[in-house]
Design a protein around this ligand. Structure first.
Ligand SMILES: *Cc1c(COP(=O)(O)O)cnc(C)c1O
Length: 348
């Protein structure tokens, strides 16, 4: 076997920052347990590693979207619990019944399927106004829940990242609906929901974004640390003479002679075209702006003021999530979940 050569792009993942973010969210959750949403491969970071680090910090309640995601994590769960947010389809039943992960049942059909198979403990999602997944809270048939061993009764907020009247409406409906339902715990808040205050915390919170360095509401600024830092290697350094252009579409035209470094990173790695002419690499606090369009596998940055940089050197990309979101027009969620597979993921 020939060893694979090291990748020319690396994702530095800060495990201390990940744990500190969870600890801050756990504190902000008050007496409620603080879980972790690790769907979509741990928001692009790598679900197995995220699970391992959060479990070491004390997190015991994890959530993924599908049974495919659950299957990858089951061997690593230890004492932790895992909820599968999309419930159970017929195709999932062979894996789901008797598994250590529990489905979050969303519809009368899913409940009938689970009861029919004597599936045992489960979670149940109530829709309180988002009209996404869950039993319709405005017309809840409580007989559906009879005989179900419910661990957690959940609902999900549609607008927790804004000061929107729907937050209070969903909270009030959730409070009404849970009366008399024999569930061991109640759960409403995602990252942003935790920041809405103690009324939203109930018994269990389910942050995702903020664990990974996302700032869902202003209250988190200064408390949540950056976890993900993309780095790319310089493949070539070149001189761009005045009047010449850089990249596809010739969108950047030099008005004076510039020096460009071509980095091994592009939109196929999740550095999407919204960063064209807007993103930057970082050097000792100095921004080295992206010149022209992002290509599939390459970008160029201006290194005129960094004469020592050359082929083989590495640069970090500016990627603190609120800044990168403003630059690229992508949500903080999209920035994380589109991170590509070609990065070497290095937990630091
Ligand atoms: C994704 C998800 C979360 C986590 O949300 P964030 O906004 O990333 O904190 C929590 N609950 C449910 C049901 C989800 O789908």
């Amino acid at each position: 076997m020939i060893d694979r050569p090291s990748a020319p792009l690396a994702l530095h993942l800060d495990s201390a920052a990940l744990k500190a973010n969870w600890q801050w969210l756990a504190k902000a959750s008050g007496p409620a347990r603080c879980g972790g949403a690790i769907k979509a491969n741990g928001y692009g970071l790598g679900a197995v590693e995220v699970l391992r680090h959060l479990a070491a910090a004390g997190c015991r309640d994890f959530f993924v979207a599908t049974w495919g995601e659950a299957a990858e994590l089951l061997p690593h769960l230890g004492e932790a619990s895992l909820g599968v947010l999309h419930g159970v389809r017929e195709e999932d039943m062979a894996l789901a019944v008797g598994a250590k992960a529990l489905p979050v049942l969303n519809s009368p059909q899913q409940i009938a399927r689970w009861k029919g198979a004597n599936g045992g403990p489960c979670h149940v999602m109530l829709d309180t106004g988002m009209n996404r997944l869950g039993l319709d809270g405005h017309a809840l048939d409580r007989t559906l829940l009879e005989g179900l061993p419910i661990e957690t009764l959940l609902s999900h907020l549609a607008c927790a990242d804004e000061d929107h009247p729907l937050n209070a409406t969903q909270l009030a409906l959730f409070r009404q609906l849970v009366v008399g339902v024999p569930a061991k715990s109640l759960s409403l808040a995602n990252s942003a929901g935790i920041l809405l205050g103690p009324d939203y915390a109930f018994d269990l919170t389910r942050p995702g974004l903020a664990l990974y360095g996302g700032i869902p509401r202003a209250e988190a600024a200064g408390h949540i640390a950056q976890v993900v830092r993309p780095h790319a290697q310089i493949l070539q350094r070149r001189t761009v003479r005045s009047g010449e252009s850089v990249g596809y579409g010739a969108t950047f035209v030099a008005t004076s002679q510039r020096e460009a470094a071509v980095l091994n990173l592009g939109y196929a790695d999740g550095y999407l075209r919204g960063f064209s002419g807007k993103g930057a690499a970082l050097l000792d606090g100095q921004r080295l702006p992206v010149l022209g369009r992002v290509s599939m596998d390459l970008i160029a940055v201006d290194v005129t003021d960094a004469p020592h940089l050359g082929e083989g050197d590495w640069l970090e990309l500016e990627f603190d999530l609120p800044t990168a979101s403003a630059q690229s027009g992508l949500s903080q969620y999209e920035l994380l979940t589109t991170i590509g597979r070609r990065y070497e993921r290095r937990w630091i």
